[in-house]
Design a protein around this ligand. Structure first.
Ligand code: PMP
Length: 407
């Protein structure tokens, strides 16, 4: 017998804070896909935001060793000093950032790091300029922190990147921060050095505005150069860099992320985290240390595999009528414009938006995707190519077939 958990007055009983919060669309889609599977349908899941690779062996070995060595106690809130130092070294080596160990706060994932910094920076009504399409969680964390997300949309023609003119127009006296991911989830777009410089130039006139740079896909990149905005001398002290181990090292379940920030802000995040969650898992931190100080070849090999799959998917998408594509330079997503199908029908279902099209594809082609609406771009659908070649080929074929029925 199940315990009755539904309360008809739930929304009145629950806090305004939680009522404001939307359920993660990616999680909602996964739920629907599981329901279909329970009915015996084989669903190809291209809705996931995680690598389909195993965590590299040397990282797993470090975790096993940590257990045997007795690393089973509470950790310092901001992480083991050795790990924080290794992260500071990595940020110097890869990103040209000058932070020391005291500027690093290790967390249970980039998601928690983002929540930490937004909760620490925002007062009610403070605005955060969010580069759109955005990762679903940004908007919700800003809302929980009682801030106001201000969406600025990049166009597909510009690889979904926001221009300096757009940024300039979005900044008001209430702007506290700008927030973006590069490579981006959901588009895979990567800001070049020149593009970042041009955005930073706009911020010269707004010295009180912080930048929150989500670099979680840094190692999933299809070009040689990766640039962090914090590497610019004039920006260093007002860019909070968020990163983690989930994507580049295939460690989503280990829950380790981090942020790098000025000492006063890092200390505030430590204080918040100290009351909310404490330091992340001791064993996972030892694994993260092995990852960040170890051989990067497995990460590079994974990036090569994603690149090959990107090209495969792009090639297959060329055969699908009405899909507008572009070239993602990183991450493992592509976000085609599919609005060609809006207003069309198979006689039974009329497609009016990205949710309708996603559901139509899930129910008829048994492929799960995520509607663009969740990312602030209703004309698009997000496809993850963190899947096998075979699944990608079958999925695209099935999607092509069911879309041909829409007139
Ligand atoms: N930022 C972006 C852009 C992401 O896509 C994700 C994961 N989907 C995260 C942050 C969260 O990463 P983590 O697993 O480290 O919390």
């Amino acid at each position: 017998m199940s315990v009755e958990t539904k309360n008809p007055q739930a929304t009145q009983v629950l806090s305004e804070r939680i009522n404001r919060l939307a359920e993660s669309a990616t999680i909602a889609m996964a739920k629907k896909a599981r329901e279909l599977e329970a009915k015996g349908q084989a669903v190809i899941k291209l809705n996931f935001g995680e690598p389909d690779f195993q965590t590299p062996d040397h990282i797993k070995a470090a975790a096993k060793q940590a257990i045997d060595d007795g690393f089973t106690f509470y950790t310092p809130v901001s992480g083991y000093p050795q790990l924080r130092q290794a992260i500071a070294d990595k940020l110097k080596r890869d990103n040209g950032l000058k932070w020391e160990a005291e500027n690093i706060v290790v967390s249970t994932g980039a998601k928690q790091s983002l929540a930490n910094v937004l909760m620490c920076l925002l007062n009610p009504g403070d605005e955060v300029v969010v580069f759109t399409p955005y990762w679903v969680t940004y908007r919700e964390i800003i809302k929980v922190a009682e801030g106001k997300p201000v969406m600025v949309s990049g166009s597909l023609e510009n690889n979904f990147k926001v221009t300096p003119e757009q940024l300039k127009a979005a900044i008001t006296p209430k702007t506290k921060a700008i927030l973006y991911s590069s490579p981006s989830n959901p588009t895979g777009s990567v800001y070049s050095k020149d593009e970042l410089r041009a955005l930073a130039d706009v911020l010269k006139a707004h010295e009180d505005v912080f930048v929150i740079a989500d670099e979680i896909y840094e190692y999933v990149i299809f070009q040689d150069e990766y640039v962090s905005m914090g590497a610019f001398e004039d920006m260093h002290d007002r860019v909070v860099t968020v990163n983690g181990f989930s994507k580049g090292f295939a460690m989503t379940g280990w829950r380790v992320g981090y942020l790098a920030a000025p000492t006063w802000l890092a200390s505030a995040c430590d204080k918040l985290q100290g009351q909310f969650t404490s330091g992340t898992c001791s064993i996972a931190q030892k694994a993260a240390y092995a990852a960040i100080t170890g051989d990067l070849a497995p990460s590079h090999d994974m990036a090569k595999a994603y690149l090959r799959r990107r090209d495969l998917v792009l090639d297959l998408m060329k055969d699908i009528k009405g899909f507008k594509t572009y070239l993602p330079d990183g991450a493992f997503y592509i976000f085609p414009d599919v609005s060609y199908y809006y207003g069309k029908s198979d006689g039974e279902n009329t497609i009016n938006n990205s949710i309708d099209l996603c559901m139509y594809i899930l129910n008829n082609a048994h492929v799960s995707l995520v509607p663009g609406e969740a990312f602030g771009a209703d004309n698009c659908l997000r496809f993850s190519f963190a899947a096998s070649d075979e699944d990608l080929k079958t999925a695209m074929q099935r999607i092509k077939t069911v879309l041909e029925k829409l007139n």
